[in-house]
Write a protein that binds this ligand. Structure first.
Ligand SMILES: Cc1cc2nc3c(=O)[nH]c(=O)nc-3n(C[C@H](O)[C@H](O)[C@H](O)COP(=O)(O)OP(=O)(O)OC[C@H]3O[C@@H](n4cnc5c(N)ncnc54)[C@H](O)[C@@H]3O)c2cc1C
Length: 396
């Protein structure tokens, strides 16, 4: 059924919901926004065309990254340099927000901040990590480059190929399925209504807000938060806004459960690798290897070559992974902004329409994005200048 037919099918249903804020997207960003909005006393409805946490937020690696991604650091593009200067304080505040959430939500979110290591196998990589650490420290992030016996004493599980690593004690991991679920429950307890299997098809501006047309009835609201992840540009286009994001299919792998092996969040300074051991002992391995979007199913699918490549890098860094069997591999859609940073706030010229695109790393950055947006919508003062994250920065 095409979109226009579905809109007129909706008219027949005559269902009309009213709310103050409509959040489009029940991923981690939409759930965090709803959580803080509802706790600030606003009436909130979250819609998702699938279930809650079914897309990127439910299939990601659960790394809480703080150190600058090497690729971003090496870039001389002024857009990227400005982006990473804004990004570090934002993600640092976000990990603190995850820490607070872990204390106030009613379920364990398996948050462990045991530190992260970005490894080097060559002198050149180690020098780059040293330079990067200098910049990270200038933003107040605790990062130290360790090598030799110092490194072996922190992480005896690395192969001899690893000659050093940047260590950040505040990095860590989280269970993305449990965490988004717990935030959604918290939002629901604070009064948020969730409408699952409800796709936004069109947005009409009215004198005092919007009329959202969905395949599950119409919703009148004063404000709309676009937290639609890979679908955010389509939603923005409904009110004539061009959102410059890209989506990429990415691979994830998980091994069978093993006794404690990898204590830290591990990344590579130059190769595509992220790795951590989950609470139940399974080792989650990713790092940006490509998957492929399958147009027939509307879902990402895995590529054999990527699985082989990803596991090869992982085993070369941590040989103890060798005997572990691979339990499952899957793909997810990653959304990237042109400078790696979040796009947040009300769109100039479209009063009441707010963008909520997280930075890269998105799961790490989600709670602060949700909180800042909620504070702005509720008219509270924030610790961050939200205008710096406006989509307007890409206008030229
Ligand atoms: C493989 C992979 C690994 C990753 N690893 C990490 C990591 O280790 N650490 C980290 O910090 N980040 C990681 N990320 C990034 C992170 O997962 C995302 O940035 C984050 O989850 C995005 O959250 P979101 O709520 O914006 O989007 P999503 O979780 O995708 O949620 C958006 C929701 O909007 C809904 N939607 C879309 N269009 C509509 C519409 N028209 N009407 C109604 N609903 C709609 C979708 O169904 C979806 O549920 C990873 C991503 C991938 C793909």
């Amino acid at each position: 059924m095409n979109k226009d037919t579905r809109v007129s099918e909706r008219d027949k249903s005559n269902r009309l919901t009213e709310t103050d804020v409509l959040v489009v997207g029940g991923g981690v960003v939409g759930c965090c926004a709803a959580y803080y909005l509802a706790r600030l006393g606003l009436d909130v409805v979250v819609i998702d065309r699938d279930g809650i946490n079914d897309q990127a937020s439910g299939v990601n690696a659960g790394s809480l990254h703080l150190m600058i991604v090497s690729r971003f650091f090496k870039s001389r593009d002024p857009l990227w340099i400005a982006g990473r200067n804004r990004l570090l304080p934002l993600v640092m505040a976000s990990v603190e927000t995850w820490r607070e959430l872990a204390g106030e939500l009613d379920r364990d979110i398996e948050l462990v901040l045991d530190g992260g290591l970005m490894v080097a196998e060559t002198d050149g990589q180690l020098r780059m990590l040293e330079e990067k650490a200098k910049e990270e420290r200038s933003h107040g992030l605790d990062v130290e480059v360790v090598s030799g016996s110092d490194l072996r004493s922190i992480a005896p599980y690395f192969s001899e190929r690893v000659i050093g690593a940047a260590f950040c004690p505040d990095e860590g991991k989280i269970n993305p399925i449990m965490a988004t679920g717990a935030v959604a429950r918290g939002a629901e307890r604070a009064g948020t209504r969730f409408l699952r299997s409800t796709e936004l098809l069109a947005l009409e501006t009215t004198g005092d807000g919007f009329k959202a047309l969905t395949d599950n009835g119409a919703i009148r609201c004063r404000r709309v938060v676009d937290a639609a992840g890979a679908g955010a540009a389509t939603v923005a286009a409904m009110v004539g806004v061009r959102l410059p994001i890209e989506t990429h299919a990415r691979l994830m792998n998980v091994t069978e459960a093993a006794p404690p092996l990898v204590k830290h969040l591990v990344q590579h300074g130059d190769r595509m690798l992220s790795m951590k051991q989950a609470a139940r002992g399974n080792v989650v391995i990713g790092g940006g290897w490509p998957a492929v979007f399958d147009h027939a199913t509307g879902r990402p699918d895995v590529i054999k070559k990527s699985i082989k490549g990803n596991l090869g890098v992982a085993r070369s860094v941590v040989p103890g992974l060798g005997p572990l069997r691979l339990l499952r591999t899957w793909g997810g859609m990653l959304t990237l902004t042109p400078d790696g940073d979040a796009i947040l706030g009300e769109v100039p010229g479209v009063p009441g329409f707010y963008l909520a695109v997280p930075p890269n790393p998105g799961f790490t950055g989600a709670p602060i994005c949700g909180r800042l947006l909620a504070e702005r919508i509720a008219g509270k003062t924030s610790t961050f200048d939200l205008d710096a994250f406006s989509v307007e920065r890409f206008a030229s």
